[in-house]
Design a binder for this molecule. Structure first.
Ligand code: SF4
Length: 715
């Protein structure tokens, strides 16, 4: 029989075999974890740390390693630290925007444009309308689009949804609507719509996707599309002598003089003044590989990139990405959050040290960074923090950031960075300038929070809403915009989030799914525990966690031989469910597959799970959306995906508009539901086992937010 210990070996957790028992010690900010460390991990508080002994092969050890990595606790096994260099918080990312782009060289082709359709010269405020689309009804006006299909194009036939939506979107664009919001279920063929639209109008488009994976899918299906180009993929074309004169050597385009030397005017670069001619298809001759690719991408009818990259190129690109007639945003429900992350600021102590001393600062350098550029002595903003205190805190944050930016600028000027560090430092400075002035002038609309007020590893400074910034940062990439998603849920909330004028917007809602509801039931009958905060237990009650684990075991047993996915939503629930299953249902526990928060390890685990055989069950707080694995036959949603009201920003946004909070929850729930079934011939069963579901659904009148084809699937 397989055991959790064997799985742990497979997924790379260390195992020690020389001694018969391991001594373990957990140090750091353990207070909030005290109950888990005591009851789940059988550790005891000994003076200043939690200590215990595990027999060799105990399943508790790999789980404790995973738990400590997730919760940033330091774990010593037999006196050795288990922390690896790469175990960092999600916030501790490097923010050179080009890192998340895919490299793709477009091929010729792409199909012939249609004749007779044109976009309006000006958009109009025609008043908000909603139109329902029923794919099962007969389409009368598809004929004029028929020639888009053919053997020399990626599509030889159109789905029913596409036959309805393409004529309708075309009509609304022609009428002069600025924003077309399209809600259509999984399997509607959104990417074909993004491909066809610029052909219908014989024009050009930016296609934005939130994820690198989706971007790869687009260029795989449409190899003639042009994807964003990361500068790091091209060598700088300046000669060694020219670079030496500038005190540089061996540059890629990412750390070339045009990127890192303010005001450097390279004769090989594409200039703002060249843009118009390039867009008209005129040749642009340059020896610079990066700008050659940039010019080619600007000529391509389809320019595809992830939302963050397109936003950065719109704001900081040299030259800025120009406006195109059309912008198509795929998975548009994520756009506001992505722009929020872009406009906001997340700074960790590790990043400060890296910005000052390079990628691998020594302990002494980290200490110096902390001494000279530490976070201010303030507490996280709360809902009731008085205005005068907020203002004073924001001033302190501004002073700290200004001093840091100044130091980084000096480092850049004196070339104190290695070539591969320069781009990140430059991106930091650009980003900081954008945010500093907003924080100074609009501090009332911003929220600042530490990950932990005592430890202060990460400072997050974020706008409460991006409605004011979305147009300039991103949306103005397209004169007219088509937003597509399966989970818009509330067009009102969607428009408010992005600052769209309802009078310039139309909402097209597909109300049927071509995926048979019998093959994709959403089961509510298997009840687990009540996954809500209990005041007495200061958390979710153990008895409820136990009920949930029991429900998970029962469902998992039913699907022996099939792969599954458990979505616990929080690390605490994941840990508790794994623990209870190990104690009471070892056969289910043996099927479990966990990953840590280390992005590389996580991607590797997800890949192995997808490619592997067997009936493994992935338990993950990460796979709520965007994770595709066609072999998954059952999904268990342990807890309704409410945003944490402990977060000041969430609480303030909810106070402003409760509908936003419920919309967000429903969107995540529908995304979770979508993990089970990705094509018409597929099947997948989804279980919501949170016993709080019925109460929430009834008292918040959630039915109005659920698409009819999902209501049909509820059992
Ligand atoms: S434009 Fe090209 S050749 Fe000139 S500095 Fe930049 S990367 Fe180098």
């Amino acid at each position: 029989m397989r055991t959790l210990r064997k799985r742990s070996l497979i997924y790379g957790l260390p195992v020690f075999t020389i001694v018969s028992a391991h001594s373990v010690e957990v140090v750091g900010r353990t207070f909030e974890h005290k109950d888990t460390l005591k009851s789940s991990f059988k550790l005891w508080w000994k003076g200043e740390s939690w200590k215990g002994k595990y027999r060799v092969g105990s399943p508790l050890l790999p789980r404790l390693i995973s738990y400590c990595a997730k919760n940033k606790l330091r774990l010593l096994v037999d006196g050795e630290s288990t922390a690896s260099e790469a175990t960092e918080s999600e916030f501790d990312y490097e923010s050179d925007y080009e890192q998340q782009t895919i490299q793709h060289k477009s091929v010729k082709g792409g199909g012939q444009p249609l004749q007779g359709f044109s976009l309006p010269v000006e958009t109009k405020a025609l008043g908000f309308v909603t139109e329902s689309v029923k794919p099962s009804e007969t389409v009368s006006d598809w004929g004029q689009f028929e020639s888009l299909l053919g053997n020399d194009t990626p599509y030889s036939e159109a789905r029913q949804e596409q036959q309805h939506l393409l004529p309708l979107i075309t009509e609304k664009l022609q009428e002069g609507y600025k924003n077309i919001i399209v809600e259509c279920p999984t399997g509607s063929g959104k990417s074909a719509l993004a491909y066809w639209l610029p052909l219908v109008f014989d024009t050009s488009v930016y296609i934005s996707t939130p994820l690198k994976g989706l971007q790869s899918q687009y260029v795989q299906d449409h190899p003639f599309m042009s994807s964003a180009m990361g500068r790091g993929n091209y060598d700088c074309a300046l000669s060694e002598a020219e670079l030496e004169e500038l005190d540089l050597e061996n540059c890629s385009a990412a750390n070339a003089p045009c990127r890192v030397i303010e005001g450097f005017d390279c004769p090989h670069a594409l200039k703002q003044t060249d843009i118009e001619e390039v867009m008209e298809g005129l040749p642009f001759e340059t020896v610079c590989g990066y700008y050659d690719a940039y010019a080619e991408a600007l000529k391509n009818r389809w320019f595809i990139g992830n939302t963050t990259y397109l936003t950065a190129m719109k704001m900081f690109g040299k030259p800025n990405l120009p406006t195109r007639p059309l912008l198509v945003v795929d998975e548009a429900h994520t756009t506001a959050a992505t722009i929020e992350k872009f406009c906001g600021f997340s700074l960790s102590r590790k990043r400060i040290a890296r910005l000052l001393y390079g990628k691998k600062p020594t302990q002494q350098e980290s200490n110096e960074a902390r001494l000279n550029h530490d976070f201010p002595s303030i507490k996280s903003m709360k809902v009731d923090t008085p205005d005068n205190e907020r203002r004073a805190d924001c001033i302190q944050i501004l002073l700290m950031l200004r001093a840091l930016v100044k130091e980084v600028e000096i480092n850049l000027k004196h070339r104190n960075y290695r070539p591969d560090e320069m781009a990140d430092a430059k991106a930091f400075v650009q980003h900081a300038y954008m945010m500093l002035s907003e924080l100074q002038h609009n501090w009332k609309k911003w929220v600042y929070q530490f990950d932990d007020d005592d430890v202060k590893n990460v400072l997050r400074v974020e706008p409460l809403s991006v409605a004011k910034y979305a147009e300039d940062c991103f949306l103005s990439l397209g004169n007219q915009r088509v937003f597509m998603s399966g989970t818009i849920v509330s067009p009102e909330v969607f428009m408010e989030e992005l600052g769209l004028n309802p009078d310039e917007s139309v909402y097209l809602k597909v109300t049927e799914s071509t995926f048979p509801s019998k093959k994709r039931p959403l089961a509510l009958s298997q009840k687990g525990g009540l996954m809500i905060w209990n005041k007495e237990a200061q958390g979710i009650q153990f008895s409820d966690l136990k009920k949930t684990a029991e429900a998970v075991a029962k469902i998992a047993k039913h699907y022996e031989g099939h792969k599954g996915l458990i979505l616990p939503y929080t690390d605490g629930i994941e840990s508790a469910v794994v623990d209870i299953l190990s104690d009471h249902h070892p056969e289910t526990a043996a099927r479990l597959i966990q990953h840590t928060k280390n992005p590389k390890e996580r991607e590797e685990t997800l890949r192995k799970f997808k490619e592997g055989d067997g009936d493994g069950i992935l338990i993950s707080t990460y796979a709520n959306q965007g994770y595709d694995n066609p072999d998954i036959r059952f999904v268990i949603i342990c807890k309704l995906p409410f945003l944490s009201l402990g977060d000041t920003k969430v609480r303030l946004k909810m106070q402003h508009n409760e509908e936003w909070y419920q919309t967000y929850t429903v969107r995540t729930l529908l995304q979770q539901y979508g993990r089970a079934m990705r094509s018409k011939d597929d099947w997948g069963h989804v279980y919501v086992v949170d016993a709080h579901f019925n109460h929430w659904f009834r008292t918040r009148n959630i039915e109005r937010l659920i698409p009819p084809y999902i209501m049909d699937a509820m059992k």
